[in-house]
Each structure stands twice: as structure tokens, then as C-alpha cells.
Design a protein around this ligand. Structure first.
Ligand SMILES: [Zn+2]
Ligand SMILES: [Zn+2]
Length: 382
């Protein structure tokens, strides 16, 4: 197989500067890196090819030789030559580590702080706290004290993790990078430093209270303002009330997840409330005013038109839930449940019987139903 031109391999012109060559190699190495091309032998061989090309072109001497003699310059054991299994591997490590820092930053998506130095402190976790409130509380809003189990900055060491407030020292294993490199077969891999667990620093004399973490577990009482209008699923963010960071890192946030309990009288849909109210048969027939409960603990009055059927909805404007971010309140809907009287006295029975006799021909809905039934039966006969 003919060897490809090294410039072509790196996608640069023959006149490319050292910087352009490095850039070209970086682009190829990123694109072809095994981390991104698992089980892709073609990418792997192109990756090796790019390494080999860069190994030659980054060196002024080798580049000059290559420019003059082409691949022939490295045939016959000059080292770094491709094609021979294992031949170029010794050099590959150094080629790759030249751009390793840049590449690493790209691969890790910026997890590491900008440019060396390693991680000294890390942000604390966000915390979630589930809070169940009653519908009444959701209506009026409330001030509530909650106990949040969290870790807070250690008082004994002011969060530094070192006894007596001494400064942590740079980790000798990784020189503060938090990572160590190891040759693994063909590739140089980075691992979290085993000495400092990736923090880049070690503490010679750890704080006896927090064992060097700089933070301790503690229950914290927090007074939380739950605004009126919250509903199930509402999240309230308390900035900086989450877990303390490691060794003085920024604190996370606390999220309160609201869950509004079911109510025995009212059901809720967004800002509106629904309530079923029983009405006597007589009142439903005659019409009149009924008293209904409201979520603020008061009473409202609703006028019922005469001849109201069960299931009829009446609306009380503005008696629903307040909007969470201002802007008025929802409505309350009252659904009438007409009740059939039970446990009648003899007198009531007598009156109802008389009522029934009189009703036979003057109830439009009932009579239209019966006439429909009659025509149905007639059609079955015919
Ligand atoms: Zn280390
Ligand atoms: Zn401490």
C-alpha cells in the first residue's frame, strides 16, 4: 500500500507553517481519536497515520528530510517510520502529549477549569426537598420552617479541610493537575490522581472535624416562604442553600418541590376550584339561594334558578386560587347535586303523592321523554 503524503494526511498545504501543521494535526486527532471512534478500525489506522505524519512534520530536521526525499527519507531504520508494527509507537507518545492538554480540554467538554492548575474546589450539589402543603396553604401562601439535611462548611477549618486553617499543598503526584497520565498500550490515558482524588491538592494535616473534606453533615433549619398559588409541581429555588462546596467551593441550590394534598371538598384545575354541593329536590325545583363553602374558610351564596337539574354548574367569580405570579384569581364552580329525599314522614309522602298526580302532564322534560319512549315502542311493534 502506497503511503499517503504526510501533508495530505494532516489536511494542510506543503507550505503550511508549524502552527498550521499543529492545528491540522489537532483537528485530525480529535476527529479520529479512539474515544470517539470505538470499534472503527479505519479511524484507528488513520489516527496512527496522522500521528506518524505529525511526528515527522513537527520536527524541523525530519520535515526538511521529508520535503527533500519524501517517505524514502525514513526508510531503513531512521525511526518513527510507519508500516513497521510497533516502529512508530515510541515516538507517538511524545507527539500526542504535545497537544494533549488542548485535546483533553476538548474531550472532557470543559469539565476541567481553564488551563492547568487542576481542581481545587468543587461546587456543592443541588438539593431537592419535597414539601406537601394543604390546598388552604396553597391558597393563602405560608411561611414554613423546614429541616434540610445538608453539608455545610466546616467551622473548625473554615472550609479549607486543613487543621488550624493551614493551606492545602499542591499534590506531588499530579503536580496539582488532579490527573495522572499513563501509557496504556498505544495510547496515553489520563486517570484521576489516586493521591488527591482529583482535587489537585493534598492536606498534610487534615482537619479532625471534617476529615479534610472542608464540610460537615448537618441539619439546617430554613425558613421558607411559600407563595400563594403554588400547585403540585411548583419548584421554588433557594439559591445558595444547597450543599456546601468541597474545600470552599460555591454552594449548590436548594429546590423545594411542592405537592398539594387532595382536599375533601374542592378539586382544582389550574386556578379554578370545583365543588359539589347537595341541593334539596324542592329547592332545585323552586329555585332559591344556597350557601356554599369557600377555600378561604368563608361562605358564599349562590342563586339557583328554578328547575335546576343535578349536575348544573354555577360560577362564583374570583373565588378560585390566586395566580402564582400575580394577576387575579380563578373562579369557583359549584356543581349541584340534587338529592332525593329519604325517610319521609307520612305527611311528606302524602304531599309527594299528590304532587306526582299533578305532575303527570306538566313536566316538559319528563313528558317529552315518555313520548319518545312511546314512539320507540310503536316503531318496534310496526
Ligand atoms: Zn494528585
Ligand atoms: Zn474541617
Amino acid at each position: 500500500m502506497a503511503k499517503r503524503d504526510y501533508y495530505e494526511v494532516l489536511g494542510v498545504a506543503k507550505s503550511a507553517s508549524a502552527d498550521e501543521i499543529k492545528k491540522g494535526y489537532r483537528t485530525k486527532a480529535k476527529e479520529l481519536h479512539p474515544d470517539r471512534n470505538a470499534d472503527n478500525p479505519e479511524a484507528e489506522s488513520q489516527f496512527k497515520e496522522a500521528n506518524e505524519a505529525y511526528e515527522v512534520l513537527k520536527s524541523a530536521d525530519k520535515k526538511a528530510a521529508y520535503d527533500r526525499y519524501g517517505h524514502a527519507a525514513f526508510e531503513g531504520g531512521m525511526g518513527g517510520g510507519g508500516g513497521r508494527p510497533g516502529g512508530g509507537q515510541g515516538d507517538f507518545g511524545s507527539a500526542f502529549s504535545d497537544v494533549f492538554d488542548d485535546l483533553f480540554g476538548d474531550f472532557m467538554g470543559g469539565q476541567r477549569g481553564g488551563g492547568g492548575g487542576g481542581r481545587r474546589a468543587s461546587r456543592g450539589s443541588d438539593l431537592r426537598y419535597n414539601l406537601r402543603v394543604t390546598l388552604e396553604d396553597a391558597f393563602s401562601g405560608l411561611q414554613k420552617t423546614i429541616n434540610v439535611p445538608t453539608s455545610v462548611s466546616c467551622d473548625n477549618c473554615n472550609g479549607s479541610g486543613a487543621e488550624g486553617g493551614a493551606e492545602p499543598t499542591t499534590c506531588p503526584t499530579c503536580s496539582g493537575m488532579g490527573k495522572v497520565r499513563a501509557q496504556q498500550g498505544f495510547f496515553t490515558v489520563e486517570r484521576t490522581c489516586p493521591t488527591c482524588s482529583g482535587l489537585g491538592q493534598i492536606i498534610k494535616n487534615p482537619c479532625h472535624v471534617c476529615k479534610g473534606a472542608g464540610r460537615v453533615e448537618k441539619d439546617r433549619a430554613l425558613s421558607v416562604n411559600i407563595p400563594a398559588g403554588v400547585e403540585t409541581g411548583t419548584r421554588i429555588r433557594l439559591s445558595g442553600e444547597g450543599e456546601a462546596g468541597m474545600r470552599g467551593g460555591p454552594t449548590g441550590d436548594l429546590y423545594i418541590f411542592i405537592d398539594v394534598a387532595e382536599h375533601q371538598l374542592f378539586s382544582r384545575e389550574g386556578g379554578n376550584l370545583f365543588c359539589r354541593v347537595p341541593v334539596s329536590m324542592a329547592k332545585a325545583a323552586l329555585g332559591g339561594s344556597i350557601e356554599v363553602p369557600t377555600i378561604d374558610g368563608g361562605r358564599g351564596r349562590v342563586q339557583i334558578p328554578s328547575g335546576s337539574q343535578s349536575g348544573r354548574q354555577m360560577r362564583l367569580r374570583g373565588k378560585g386560587m390566586p395566580a402564582l405570579r400575580g394577576g387575579g384569581s380563578g373562579d369557583m364552580f359549584i356543581e349541584l347535586a340534587v338529592e332525593t329525599p329519604v325517610n319521609l314522614t307520612a305527611r311528606q309522602k302524602e304531599l309527594l303523592a299528590e304532587f306526582e298526580d299533578l305532575s303527570e302532564n306538566n313536566n316538559p322534560e319528563t313528558s317529552s321523554f315518555f313520548s319518545s319512549v312511546k314512539s320507540f315502542w310503536d316503531s318496534m311493534k310496526g
